[in-house]
Write a protein that binds this ligand. Structure first.
Ligand code: LLP
Length: 434
């Protein structure tokens, strides 16, 4: 019988200088592969646009896209600040030694414990998401004898062109304070002795291709800066959120990051002058743009099932547990057969995951004829894959490997059966069978 080894001798898919078939052999599959060099290139693009703009700026990496201790170190090395949305993300950042003053705590329903932990750690900014949180945060800060620097998250009522489930900036949303209530919220925050209202925040959604909605949002924000100035307070920072799209498919356009910040600067300078306010520091918090295209997932092909005249199912050893995006958002990813990279794609197939439900990873993709043992590389899985992974069907979460130049290093270990049951407890009354 032909061994797996022989099947893997076809031309190889090289990702960031690394033979993906060798990576699959070395680390096993499913495997998340991230590239430091690719992350750096994305960050460099953001920085170049900001540098051209002449704005004072910072880039807060949105940890929700992909976070673990090594990623916190990468953010630090690349000069990024960090946006966290939970005690767990905060803990991860602190465990990695990330400077708390460069951390922003977000979240639409922060617990008292999360707020207390964040203040205790000395995070630089807490972004207030509701009127309720203005009181809550002030009370907690007062009880700790601290003054906390805050942003108000406003929802500017922008319907950006993106999947409904990832729209967050429209008025009918659980996120932020409707901009129509912005003045009231600002007045409340200004009156609180333990809050220092230094900034305004908005986030209009995710995977947004067009830069226009950012300017619609900015118009509302700058008016609010003016209103707040009239109240006698100065807004020094505007956070425009994240959302910059990446192209998952070859025919999708690139998001025009080069022109965004110079145009934002022109807009702010013009408006600031006419309103008699200072140009604020501009903050963004992209996640997907930084890591999305910097990662791929490697799988091993198993069962192949052909239903004559209907469909050919190619099953892989992962699926919706490591990439829930297709199931949740009908998201589309491209893929290649890593060990048959330059073979003719002649076979129309559906890639199925391993989970006990439909679990379609990719519907109708043209690939070279596949066989069990082939390595499938699913592209652009750096964002919202690892971070949204589940243990559905008690599947083991894959390892994460980081490529950097010629190096490949494990940054997250694969689950084991032991880690899967580590938190299980059998009540005493059921007796012990071990
Ligand atoms: N800031 C805030 C307040 C956010 O809610 C988000 C994303 C970001 C920044 C970063 O957005 P990005 O630059 O990554 O688009 N799981 C979905 C995406 C959910 C986005 C949630 N918020 C997906 O896989 O497409």
């Amino acid at each position: 019988m032909e061994s797996n080894e022989d099947k893997l001798l076809g031309s190889r898919f090289i990702f960031e200088g690394h033979d993906t078939v060798e990576l699959a052999k070395k680390y096993g599959t499913p495997l998340y592969v991230m590239s430091y060099d690719a992350i750096k290139r994305s960050v460099d693009k953001l920085k170049a646009s900001f540098e051209k703009s002449g704005l004072e700026y910072s880039i807060n990496y949105a940890g929700k896209a992909f976070l673990n201790t090594a990623m916190c170190r990468i953010a630090d090395i690349l000069g990024l600040d960090l946006d966290v949305v939970s005690g767990g993300e905060l803990y991860t950042a602190l465990a990695a030694g990330f400077d708390p003053s460069r951390i922003t705590l977000h979240g639409s329903n922060k617990s008292q414990q999360e707020i207390t932990e964040a203040i205790e750690a000395g995070v630089g900014t807490i972004t207030i998401d509701s009127l309720y949180e203005i009181d809550l945060l002030n009370d907690i800060a007062a009880s700790m004898g601290k003054v906390v620097q805050v942003h108000l998250r406003l929802s500017p009522g922008v319907e950006a062109h993106t999947h409904e489930y990832v729209q967050t900036g429209r008025v009918d949303s659980k996120f932020g304070i409707p901009i129509s209530m912005g003045s009231r919220a600002a007045r409340m925050a200004i009156e609180k002795p333990n809050l220092d209202l230094k900034g305004l925040h908005c986030h209009i959604g995710s995977q947004i291709f067009n830069t226009k909605p950012y300017f619609i949002a900015l118009t509302g924000m700058i008016e609010m800066v003016y209103n707040i100035k009239e109240m006698g307070a100065e807004i020094r920072e505007i956070n425009l959120g994240g959302g910059f799209a990446i192209n998952y498919l070859a025919d999708e356009n690139d998001f025009d990051i080069d022109s965004l910040f110079p145009s934002v600067a022109d807009f702010l300078r013009e408006n600031a002058q006419s309103l008699g306010i200072k140009v604020p520091k501009v903050i963004v918090e992209p996640g997907r743009f930084i890591v999305g295209k910097s990662g791929i997932t490697l799988y091993t092909v198993g069962t192949i099932k052909e239903i004559p005249y209907i469909r050919k199912y190619v099953s892989v050893d992962g699926g919706m547990a490591d990439n829930p995006r297709p199931a949740l958002y009908n998201a589309v990813h491209s893929a290649v057969v890593a060990n048959k990279y330059d073979y003719e794609p002649t076979d129309l197939v559906t890639i199925s995951g391993k989970c006990c439900e439909t679990d379609t990873l990719i519907k109708d993709i043209l690939l070279p004829p596949t066989e069990p043992g082939d390595i499938l590389a699913v592209m652009d899985t750096g964002a919202y894959n690892y971070s949204m992974a589940s243990h559905y069907n008690r599947l083991l979460s894959p390892s994460v490997v980081l490529l950097s130049g010629e190096r490949d290093d494990l940054i997250v270990k694969r689950d084991t059966y032991a880690t899967i049951i580590a938190n299980d407890v059998i009540p005493e009354w059921m007796g012990n069978k071990q």
